[in-house]
Write a protein that binds this ligand. Structure first.
Ligand SMILES: [Zn+2]
Ligand SMILES: [Zn+2]
Length: 139
């Protein structure tokens, strides 16, 4: 997927935030990687290019992006939050050893039925998480 600077600018504007070059760089990281990075991992990738960017700024921006729904926040087994730039509906496999998060796209996972006990609640989204040991770790 090709992500243009115009798209990034627009997404950030739609969040009600000013599209600064730092914000654009942070969002580009999220949208172009598939490893569900933590704020720190984004920081490691950007700190050389943006020496004035702090880990805290990245964290705050990721939090506001997640709040506005242009990325999602995944909290699983990890010390720190992990973020996903792919907001299409998909499930995750999480390795309990290396903490890797693998996207489960196009797999025949039966559609989850919202229990009728929840009928009165507004369900925004639901997601299946499978925990286990990944192929790399089981060898
Ligand atoms: Zn693993
Ligand atoms: Zn994902």
């Amino acid at each position: 997927m090709k992500i243009s600077k115009k798209d990034l600018t627009e997404k950030i504007r739609n969040c009600g935030l000013k599209p600064t070059s730092q914000r654009i760089a942070i969002l580009l990281q999220l949208l172009s990687r598939r490893d569900h990075p933590s704020a720190d991992a984004v920081y490691q990738s950007l700190k050389d290019e943006y020496p004035s960017l702090s880990l805290n700024t990245i964290y705050m921006n990721l939090e506001s992006f997640a709040e506005k729904g242009i990325i999602t926040k995944i909290n699983v087994l990890h010390q720190s939050a992990r973020f996903d730039g792919d907001i299409s509906s998909h499930h995750h496999f999480v390795c309990v050893r290396c903490k890797k998060i693998i996207d489960l796209h196009n797999m025949k996972i039966p559609k989850i039925k919202i229990p009728k006990e929840l009928k009165t609640a507004k369900v925004y989204f639901h997601q299946l998480r499978i925990n286990g040991i990944c192929e790399d770790c089981s060898n």
